[in-house]
Design a protein around this ligand. Structure first.
Ligand SMILES: [Zn+2]
Length: 398
């Protein structure tokens, strides 16, 4: 009996049980309540769960039952200090969930894949009337200036962020069908896209190649995922630099061949010597700077060989000035540097494949999520992030 036959039989049995219509998979088959909760940041340091009627779903809209959402550094900054002036706001932009209702005009996702009730989705950015932003033409422009769910001021829809029971994906948003990825992978898509983009930026230098010697400085989630992306590209000569033995241990599990604890070395000469020794007496061909420390930025030039390359991606917020010596650090060594910021839509879609490949070669991606909290404990989730405990913190609804 082939699969098609089995599908037919299952369908018939289900029809006989339900009197005609086949229920959608998972949550889509459950009754959708009239009201649902959002976690709204009502003042600095305090989310409140608020209940609202679920909004009407327009012809181009999608109603998604939220399954989980990662806590981002951006959320933590907003929670603590409201630097973006968004309060009151429903945060959460690293979310994923299941389609439970959709308008009649919704047929395909932003990559052309079919969309059905029960499919698992993520969103990326919300298109504005900007003619320069078109799908998959975005390598010329990252999505830094675009709106995203979870960073929108509250409005009369309320279901605008992923720290909620439901979210309304409005017409004109990018949405991707990622039903073939498990929940943890889907929660990791957004931070992973940052690294897929950084490595794409690094490749534009022409210096990052198969078998390059690569130094990755900073082993928080960003540095660890950086190592993972490099490993999926066949780069295996990787030295991870950090000050925390636990993080360096994780870097090894992620595929770093050597680790250097900067606390073991006094002065930059000794530290650079350790990096050089880790590559068997060579400096790095390429380095990724994944910390938010200006001193770390200044140091990293010393790890790189003449003619080497550097990708700086650590500064999501202004961390202050770094002092470098342009003669020694850049000119005399002819170092090619690139900066990297968020991602393009193309990188976002590439990330789905990266996650499958990373798991395929046995990288411990799931272990990046060290803490998960139910929506009721959103305040604890944010506080845990701010206390720098663990790696990736997630709010998981089920
Ligand atoms: Zn984020």
């Amino acid at each position: 009996m082939d699969n098609k036959n089995i599908e037919e039989i299952v369908k018939k049995v289900l029809e006989s049980m339900t009197g005609g219509s086949v229920p959608a998979r998972g949550a889509a088959s459950q009754a959708i309540p009239k009201t649902a909760r959002v976690a709204k940041l009502v003042e600095k340091g305090r989310f409140e769960l608020q209940e609202y009627p679920l909004p009407e779903v327009g012809d181009g809209d999608i109603l998604v039952k939220v399954e989980g959402c990662g806590v981002c550094g951006t959320d933590a900054h907003e929670f603590k200090n409201d630097p973006f002036g968004l309060i009151p706001v429903v945060l959460g932009h690293e979310g994923t969930g299941e389609i439970v209702r959709m308008g009649k005009d919704v047929k395909k996702d932003s990559a052309g894949k079919d969309l059905h009730l029960g499919d698992k989705v993520v969103t990326c950015m919300i298109f504005k009337d900007n003619p320069d932003i078109t799908m998959f033409d975005l390598n010329k422009q990252n999505v830094g200036g675009a709106d995203v769910y979870g960073l929108l001021p509250d409005d009369d829809v309320h279901f605008n962020g992923w720290f909620a029971d439901y979210i309304l994906i409005r017409k004109g948003s990018t949405v991707f069908n990622v039903s073939d990825l498990d929940l943890k992978s889907r929660v990791l898509i957004e931070p992973c896209a940052v690294l897929v983009h950084a490595v794409e930026r690094a490749k534009t230098t022409g210096i990052l190649r198969f078998n390059s010697r690569v130094a990755v400085q900073g082993c928080g989630p960003i540095g660890l995922i950086c190592i993972a992306v490099l490993r999926t590209m066949g780069i295996e000569n990787i030295t991870a630099v950090d000050g925390e033995p636990k993080r360096l241990e994780f870097a090894k599990r992620m595929g770093a061949s050597k680790t250097v604890n900067f606390k073991d070395y006094k002065g930059i000469e000794a530290l650079a010597g350790a990096v050089e020794a880790s590559f068997g007496g060579h400096l790095a061909d390429f380095a990724f700077q994944c910390t938010g420390s200006p001193v770390a930025h200044a140091n990293i030039y010393k790890f790189i060989r003449n003619g080497g390359g550097l990708c700086e991606l650590g500064f999501f917020i202004n961390g202050g000035d770094a002092t470098i010596n342009p003669h020694f650090d850049i000119c005399a060594k002819e170092i090619t540097t690139v900066g990297s910021w968020v991602y393009t839509l193309r990188d976002y879609a590439t990330t789905f494949d990266f996650l499958k490949r990373a798991k395929g070669i046995g990288l411990p991606m799931d272990d990046l999520i060290t803490h998960s909290f139910p929506l009721e404990q959103i305040n604890e989730a944010l506080k845990t992030n701010l206390s720098m405990q663990g790696l990736k913190i997630a709010v998981i609804n089920k």
